[in-house]
Design a protein around this ligand. Structure first.
Ligand SMILES: C/C=C/C(=O)SCCNC(=O)CCNC(=O)[C@H](O)C(C)(C)COP(=O)(O)OP(=O)(O)OC[C@H]1O[C@@H](n2cnc3c(N)ncnc32)[C@H](O)[C@@H]1OP(=O)(O)O
Length: 275
């Protein structure tokens, strides 16, 4: 079997990944702390498959992506990359790189907001995973190292050259992706790369609080907002306005919107159902 096929394991047996679910929040923790959560081929594929599984679970309304130990994720497992990819032909290398890109697509396309809690290093693929999230909450220790060019690879790995200019602008993205210098938390805050700089040691807690807030909110409206933010990046204004109109027309027919009206009239908080 291709090493990129994914294992389609039962929940709880993902490689170097732990997942828990509570009150609408799925927490996905990269759990290989002795290697700073470096991603093996199997872990990438499992992350992709796990995100697909969670996307099918209607009860999941927000997701926290975090790293165990002293960093978020040190990127692709260098030993495996050196040991395995050096012997691969171009077609196999393409398979591998398509598979890693599928993880980013899974984060961008899942129907709930993803909050990355970043402390310590987020390097290479780890930086791109954080970049793909909808929110990044950073510890002061966080450093985002888009270091691909430093290992002789293209800075545009896994959609980074698509996403980063859209988050921090083309000028900064060019510098960051071309030079590969780490972006530390204060600079990340200045550039708008992170949505919140947490107090030391509190990024996980702040990310969990944000995810809980999102999970308690109108899930359908959040899903549509995420989908539109992604889809409209490359659309002419007229098409975007039309897509907004059709989406809003659907939502105006939803149970949640009716519930908002009832709650407003009855002067109470709405009870969102996500439909
Ligand atoms: C397709 C390509 C995708 C990509 O993602 S390319 C980028 C791949 N990533 C990297 O090149 C980063 C490699 N790692 C490092 O440069 C350093 O680490 C850090 C700067 C991230 C952190 O340095 P420090 O804090 O001094 O930690 P430490 O002692 O180097 O690492 C602790 C243990 O973790 C292992 N480790 C770290 N990163 C990786 C990795 N990416 N792949 C495999 N192992 C890794 C080390 O070797 C060591 O392990 P041991 O204690 O057994 O010596």
């Amino acid at each position: 079997m291709s090493p990129f096929a994914g294992s389609a394991r039962s929940t709880g047996a993902w490689q170097h990944i732990r997942v828990s679910r509570e009150d609408g929040v799925a927490t996905v923790t990269l759990a290989r702390p002795e290697k700073l959560n470096a991603l093996t081929f199997e872990a990438y594929a499992d992350l992709r498959d796990l995100l697909a599984e969670l996307s099918r679970e209607r009860s999941v309304r927000a997701l926290v992506l975090a790293g165990e130990g002293r960093g978020f994720c040190s990127g692709g497992d260098v030993e495996e990359i050196i040991g395995v990819t050096l012997g691969m032909d171009t077609a196999q290398l393409l398979d591998f790189n398509r598979m890693t890109g599928q993880v980013v697509r899974a984060i961008r396309e899942c129907p709930f907001p993803v909050v990355a809690a970043v402390h310590g290093v987020a390097a290479g693929a780890g930086a791109v995973l954080a970049l793909a999230a909808d929110f990044r909450i950073a510890d002061p220790s966080a450093r985002f190292a888009f270091l691909f060019t430093r290992v002789g690879l293209s800075g545009g790995d896994m959609g980074a050259a698509y996403l980063l200019p859209r988050v921090i602008g083309l000028g900064h993205a060019t510098r960051v992706l071309m030079l590969g210098d780490p972006v530390r938390a204060p600079e990340a805050e200045r550039l708008g790369l992170i949505s919140e700089l947490a107090e030391e040691g509190r990024a996980d807690e702040r990310a969990a609080a944000l995810a809980r807030r999102l999970a308690e909110g109108p899930a359908l409206a959040h899903a549509q907002t995420k989908a539109l933010l992604t889809a409209e990046l490359d659309m002419p204004l007229a098409a975007a306005v039309e897509l907004d109109a059709s989406t809003q027309a659907l939502l105006m027919n939803s149970a949640d919107y009716a519930e908002f009206h009832a709650a407003f009239t009855e002067k109470r908080p709405p009870k969102w159902q996500g439909k």
